[in-house]
Design a binder for this molecule. Structure first.
Ligand code: CTP
Ligand code: MG
Length: 228
């Protein structure tokens, strides 16, 4: 397999305020994480999928995958770490050395389309590194501690980062090495820090990350529209 997907899903989902990590919550009758895994597992361009989960959820996740008919050598589940980047690194470590391209995709983004996966993989093949993103559409304000506006930020050329975020495996490894203990919120920051050019791929407004409770009904309605 030359293109591998790493799905970080080892967070606790604190902003979701559930009694279990949000990626195991049901969306339209199926756990969020299962929706996300399916998108990559069934995609013809993806040869290998690595799912990274909290250590205490390893067994349960494996059972869940089997229940949903997701199995075989091309699907691996490993335990993640404290920070998202530690979880991604745990996924990178189990990849075969013949892996050329890696796409990292949030377990909490179950609505990613097959098309966006295709576009992301193509952009990485062509440019070495690329991430999905959508142009900012709201007017952006900077505020001070008292909530007084101090500036309006020109939204021209501003993008909101999504996932997939992908890179050639060799670039991603060297970016992780260069980063050391730096804290980042996405893979692109590691690549940028290492001086590696990263391209923007047009993402999708519907590719939302389930973050807060109000995102659940929104995601369900997007899913219904897709299958309608
Ligand atoms: N993630 C991970 N390992 C971590 C932290 C996050 O694999 N140590 C994953 C999450 O499971 C999620 C993705 O990274 O699929 C995006 O992170 P986020 O939406 O912030 O999820 P959580 O960190 O779980 O949520 P919160 O920040 O609200 O606690
Ligand atoms: Mg988080």
């Amino acid at each position: 397999p030359t293109v591998a997907a790493i799905i970080p899903a080892a967070g606790s989902g604190s902003r979701m305020k559930l009694d279990h990590p949000k990626q195991y919550h049901q969306l339209a009758g199926t756990p969020i994480l299962i929706h996300t895994i399916r998108a990559f597992y069934h995609h013809p361009a993806i040869g290998r999928t690595v799912v990274v989960v909290p250590a205490e959820w390893l067994e349960k996740t494996r059972e869940m995958l089997a229940e949903h008919g997701l199995s075989g050598d091309t699907l691996t589940v490993v335990a993640g770490g404290q920070r998202r980047q530690d979880s991604v690194m745990a996924g990178l470590r189990v990849l075969d050395h013949d892996t050329e391209v890696v796409l990292v995709h949030d377990g909490a983004r179950p609505l990613v389309s097959a098309d966006l996966i295709t576009r992301s993989a193509k952009a990485v093949h062509k440019h070495g590194a690329a991430i999905a993103a959508v142009p900012v559409k709201d007017t952006l304000k900077r505020g001070d501690k008292t909530c007084r506006i101090t500036a309006t930020i020109d939204r021209n050329n501003l993008w909101q980062a999504q996932t997939p975020q992908g890179a050639k495996l060799s670039l991603l490894f060297s970016a992780f090495e260069t980063a050391g203990e730096m804290d980042v919120t996405d893979e692109a920051m590691l690549l940028e820090h290492a001086g590696i050019p990263v391209m923007l791929v047009e993402g999708e407004e519907t590719n939302l990350k389930i973050t807060r409770p109000e995102d659940l009904p929104l995601a369900e309605s997007i899913m219904q529209q897709k299958t309608a």
